[in-house]
Design a protein around this ligand. Structure first.
Ligand code: G3I
Length: 370
């Protein structure tokens, strides 16, 4: 028979009580706390979650908006030329609509060779490559954007067009045919034609960590170029996969990195862009095995990050990249040395809230209204 330490008993009892009580009844939901400040809270979900009633209960009780983790991506939605597979995304959006949840779009073009479908990467553009490339982009972006018009009010029109290693715009079939800047500009122009009133977002993973300086500078140059050329971009999506360098003492608050990150956000917002946190999670690959210590450190780090981000009134939407640990993409990559499951999200694999959930709640509570 299993025995419990003195410390474990209260936690277990709390867990059991929490199990019997719907999340929303334990206090205000994260979305309600966000909404009180003119903000929104939501999460990514994969299609398979539709078969997981308990997880859907959690999403329903904590979130005000949902984003498809993969199902709106080009490779998923147009896997072969002219062959569109809307069914998975449509089913997820139907569930969200039935439950009164708003929806974000991710992403019209993941402008990165690794994540474009192979048929696009291998496409032969013929004698007039610029016209052919534009036609291909137009067919995809317009079809997807128009299908969801009126149901998706914010789109990551482009994801990750900047190479973090050198800060340059990534090369793809489209940049080779059209030019690096022109290809990215065109995607936003086509999106705007289909979506005159929707929020169009440039989404990327630049961060405040020292190794991200080149990436940040590249994103700044891209955003400056968009502004100078009158490209219709409304906001920067900050993915916020934070914590990956959390053994590096130079990363954190009141450091050079924080000052540089603020300077970056200051420059972005000074150009008139809004901000979103689009893919929030905390990586615990190098944190101690002890769960309580790990959770406490992650909550502390997350709270500091959110306080910093929420000091920008331009930031209104926060989306977690998964609400429970067993739904996190980080479980499969960069394994911990001890092979222990990671804890990157606000709820554990038993769907119990963790200190990170409270950190998000407290940060919304402390945020100035917008
Ligand atoms: O659907 C297939 C399945 O049929 C197959 O059996 C299985 C075998 O590996 O793969 C499944 O596809 C995987 C898919 O996730 C669905 O689980 C892909 O291999 C895998 O590459 C894909 O990973 C996603 C990744 O983007 C690439 O699209 C992650 O779930 C998703 O969390 C991640 O999300 C990205 C954002 O879009 C952009 N920002 C970074 C973020 C994290 O990488």
């Amino acid at each position: 028979m299993r025995t419990f330490t003195r410390r474990a008993i209260p936690a277990l009892a709390l867990g059991a009580a929490a199990c019997a009580t719907p999340v929303a009844a334990r206090g205000q939901s994260l979305h309600a706390l966000a909404a009180a400040k003119g903000m929104r809270f939501g999460a990514a979900m994969p299609h398979r979650a539709l078969g997981d009633g308990l997880y859907l209960d959690l999403l329903r009780s904590e979130c005000g908006l949902i984003v498809s983790e993969n199902e709106h991506k080009w490779a998923a939605i147009q896997p072969a030329q002219g062959v569109f597979n809307f069914a998975p995304a449509d089913a997820m959006m139907a569930w969200a609509a039935e439950n009164g949840l708003a929806y974000r779009g991710h992403t019209l073009v993941w402008h990165h060779v690794q994540w474009l479908p192979r048929w696009v990467n291998e496409y032969q553009f013929g004698a007039n490559p610029a016209a052919e490339a534009e036609a291909l982009l137009r067919a995809h972006v317009t079809t997807v954007a128009q299908r969801y018009r009126g149901r998706i009010s914010s789109w990551d029109a482009i994801n990750e067009a900047v190479d973090h290693t050198d800060g340059a715009i990534r090369e793809t079939v489209f940049t080779r045919a059209l030019g690096k800047e022109a290809a990215n500009d065109l995607i936003f122009h086509i999106a705007r034609e289909a979506l005159p009133n929707e929020q169009l977002v440039y989404n990327d993973y630049m961060s405040w960590e020292a190794h991200s300086t080149t990436h940040r500078n590249g994103v700044l140059r891209l955003l400056e170029g968009f502004k100078a050329r009158g490209v219709p971009v409304d906001a920067l999506g900050v993915q916020a996969h934070i914590g990956s360098a959390n053994t590096d003492n130079s990363v954190g608050f009141a450091t050079q990195n924080e000052r540089e990150w603020r300077r970056f956000l200051d420059e972005v917002t000074a150009m008139g862009y809004d901000l979103l946190i689009t893919e929030l999670d905390v990586h615990d690959r190098t944190l101690p095995a002890d769960v309580a210590a790990r959770d406490a450190e992650m909550a502390r780090y997350l709270r500091g990050y959110l306080d910093l981000m929420f000091s920008y009134r331009q930031l209104k939407d926060v989306l977690a990249w998964g609400m429970a640990d067993h739904y996190s993409w980080l479980q499969e990559r960069w394994l911990r040395d001890d092979r222990a499951p990671k804890r990157p999200t606000p709820y554990d694999a038993a769907l119990q809230p963790k200190p990170m959930r409270e950190a998000i709640a407290a940060a919304f509570d402390a945020a100035a209204p917008r």
